[in-house]
Write a protein that binds this ligand. Structure first.
Ligand SMILES: *Cc1c(COP(=O)(O)O)cnc(C)c1O
Length: 378
């Protein structure tokens, strides 16, 4: 049998090992060093505004530190997009705060600005102003930046942008990760670029970055001995993995192009299949890196469900996966309030993520196309 086709697998550029060798040669085998600084500078240049970036051990760590810097603590409430990966919501629980989940809208599949405002008004009426809003650029698609920002500003609540899936995406030409009070990036093995595992916090002031690095390195006060007046974390990025990141930054633009070409491939493949729509940008203001390409299947029209397609793919060792199961439907968050309707739930019911890697070959694309045509009788 042919090799497994993955949803999204690591894709090295070529120079990653060069940076790792430099680290070994200089004995910078530590969670600090030239690769960490270099990777941060590469990201700052790429994001193309005067942001300050702190390289961390994970995107989850970045979200956690963003919440801490927004002053989120025990008993607080934080608004969170329901349709997302659990890593968006978990750090709210780390702080002993309560996630308040909000539905998606149909254009970008991200947080619905109308349900968001309803949620804020109702939480305020119930006695607590939410401390932050966690909005996600799902699968690389920018959320409705202007509408979400307007609601946040109206109630003076900071936005934490989960851009873990959206490095390389833009809204009106501006890079995702730079719109919120903080932005979180991820370099996990399945993301558009990887450091094997890692993340970064995008800040807008040196002070915010310094605070993140301070907290990420065990919160040591300025003293010759170990002195602490804050709870610290071990969240800094290793100089070895940062070397992978520097190599990956050299090819990021190619990776964005290749993922977008995969999306075009699916647009063409499904063009003649009724009842299947490929997720794409609602208007020219949105530019998605198409980290994952996803489809919605209307079983009444298509005559097949997303499970039919998923299981058919599985037979041929082709990985596909239902969209994120909304957080308000997860057992662990059963006690959290939820605002909105059934948009996220319907997306979860009928949506499927398809193999989207930047390293897929023509032969693999043909295997995918043959399977799709077989399932839909084309
Ligand atoms: C991957 C991901 C994260 C977490 O990033 P890690 O680097 O794996 O900790 C958070 N949010 C979303 C939406 C993600 O896809």
């Amino acid at each position: 049998m042919a090799d497994k086709i993955w949803l999204s697998s690591p894709h090295m550029g070529g120079n990653e090992l060069k940076y790792i060798h430099e680290a070994f040669d200089a004995n910078w085998v530590a969670p600090l060093g030239p690769n960490v600084n270099g990777f941060e500078t590469d990201l700052e240049k790429y994001l193309n505004t005067d942001v300050k970036v702190a390289a961390l051990s994970a995107g989850t760590a970045a979200l956690h530190l963003a919440l801490i810097e927004c002053g989120v603590s025990h008993g607080d409430e934080v608004i969170c997009q329901s349709m997302t990966f659990s890593a968006t919501a978990n750090p709210i629980a780390y702080q002993g705060a309560l996630p308040v989940f909000v539905d998606s809208e149909k254009d970008t599949w991200n947080i619905c600005p109308i349900a968001l405002e309803e949620a804020i008004k109702d939480r305020i009426a119930k006695g607590k102003t939410p401390k932050a809003i966690l909005a996600v650029h799902l699968y690389g698609m920018p959320y409705k930046v202007e509408e979400v920002t307007a609601v946040a500003e109206k109630y003076n609540i900071p936005v934490i942008e989960d851009a873990a899936e959206a490095l390389g995406s833009t809204f009106k030409g501006k890079k995702c990760g730079t719109f919120g009070r903080f932005g979180a990036l991820s370099f996990n093995g399945n993301k558009i670029i990887t450091t094997s595992g890692g993340g970064a916090l995008v800040c807008h002031t040196q002070e915010d970055k310094d605070k993140a690095v301070f907290l990420a390195t065990q919160a040591r006060d300025n003293a010759p001995h170990y002195q602490h007046s804050h709870i610290g974390y071990n969240y800094r990025m290793s100089n070895i993995t940062a070397g992978i990141g520097r190599g990956q930054m050299e090819v990021l633009s190619n990776r964005v192009e290749a993922r977008r070409a995969m999306n075009k491939f699916y647009q063409d493949l499904f063009a003649n299949i009724d009842g299947v729509t490929v997720f794409k940008e609602p208007t020219a203001d949105y530019f998605s890196n198409h980290w994952l390409s996803a489809i919605l299947i209307d079983p009444k029209v298509a005559g097949k469900t997303r499970e039919d397609l998923r299981l058919a793919f599985l037979e041929d060792d082709i990985e596909s996966r239902p969209l994120w199961k909304p957080m308000h439907l997860q057992p662990i968050f059963a006690d959290s309030p939820y605002y909105g309707g059934k948009v996220a739930e319907d997306l979860f019911e009928n949506g499927l993520c398809l193999p989207s890697g930047s390293n897929l070959t023509d032969v693999e694309r043909k295997r995918i196309a043959d399977k799709v045509n077989q399932v839909f009788g084309k």
